[in-house]
Design a protein around this ligand. Sequence first.
Ligand code: NAD
Length: 386
Amino acid sequence: MDSSADWVSTPPSSRRHFLKTVSRGVGGAALASAAGPLAGQAAGRSRPSVGVALVGLGNYATGQLGPALRETSICELTGIVTGTPAKADTWTQKYDIPESNVYDYETFDQVADNPDIDVIYVVLPNGMHAEYTIRAAEAGKHVICEKPMATSVAECRSMIDACEKNDCKLSLGYRLQFTPHHQRVMKLGQDETFGSVTAMQNGFGFHIPDSATGQPHIQWRLNKEMAGGGALVDVGIYAIQAGRYVTGEEPVAVTAQEYTTRPDIFDEVDETVFFQLEFPGGARMNGSTSYNASFNRLYATTSDGWFELRPAYGYGGLQGRTHRGAMDLSNVNQQAQQMDAFGRCILDDRTSRVAGIEGLRDLQIIEAIYASIAAGGQRVEVPGGA
Ligand code: NAD
């Protein structure tokens, strides 16, 4: 993990003050020389800003990312990519996006010539992440790619390579790493505040009703090629992430079990998976994920106590406790924090704390979990040296 990352996010009011300061004074020039042409200046924007184009205007883009881009201090929604003209009309009106910044999947590569767009945010079905990340990098744009990064480790490697080759930054949609709650448990675990972590129970799952399986955003999630897997890749990945950043270690081996209560629906992807991760320092994690059962908890027991987040993984309402009492922390707009953090990385020419390597490591663990399931629950080592 990137241990140099800030533990606590800067409050929005301080960030606004900082931006106003740098846009007027020498700070702006300093940023410009550190990161090449100042993002936003070429497009004639009035402040140092990072223009973001969302690719795929489905549930997450519509319900979370679009609204969050009204709350950001650094990032601005400047473009969209959609195959549906009616959505283009709605979004251009709602977010005041010029027609010249609207693309479809055929014209997508022309973003290369658009100085309004600094970042392509890929919010497509998982099976399309690699193609659009690589095309964005080849168009010379920085990229945020939603989780899971891709459907295989091999795809992750090709995405990282394309971004490196084109000198573009790559970040992932791991919104929780930008919350005070998850930053607190990272610190409690990695600093061994209550002694070393000995065991964790991390689970995230929810119920997909039979009646929802015809909805477009569920349909592709049940298709192996488009989703890459089931509950594990969709929401179990958060539990894996948490295990990694609470311990600050990479798991060395896994065992896993899968079962389905609805084999007619879950004939391609997993419905429920239980998995166990072994960390090199001795900690063990029991992970759970499901499309049929509700789990939403991060729990760590340590040599001198315990700490937990419950609920742990939603867009808001996170709550934390330790054996000493409640954590007094505010909930934040997770997506706004995540995008602004990447905007700062671009302006300051830094690597994202959730860079491509983080997604690749999660996919290595996911592939090991699926290998264990295929081998009847046998212990499978996770490849090291990503
Ligand atoms: P969705 O189905 O609602 O949206 C997908 C979009 O892709 C739609 O606009 C759809 O029209 C478009 N699309 C283009 N080509 C398509 C094709 N061939 N098949 C299907 N759709 C196609 O899905 P979503 O829930 O918005 O998820 C999109 C991505 O965002 C996924 O990778 C998902 O894992 C991720 N996501 C992340 C979070 C988070 O908290 N970080 C939350 C939800 C979703």
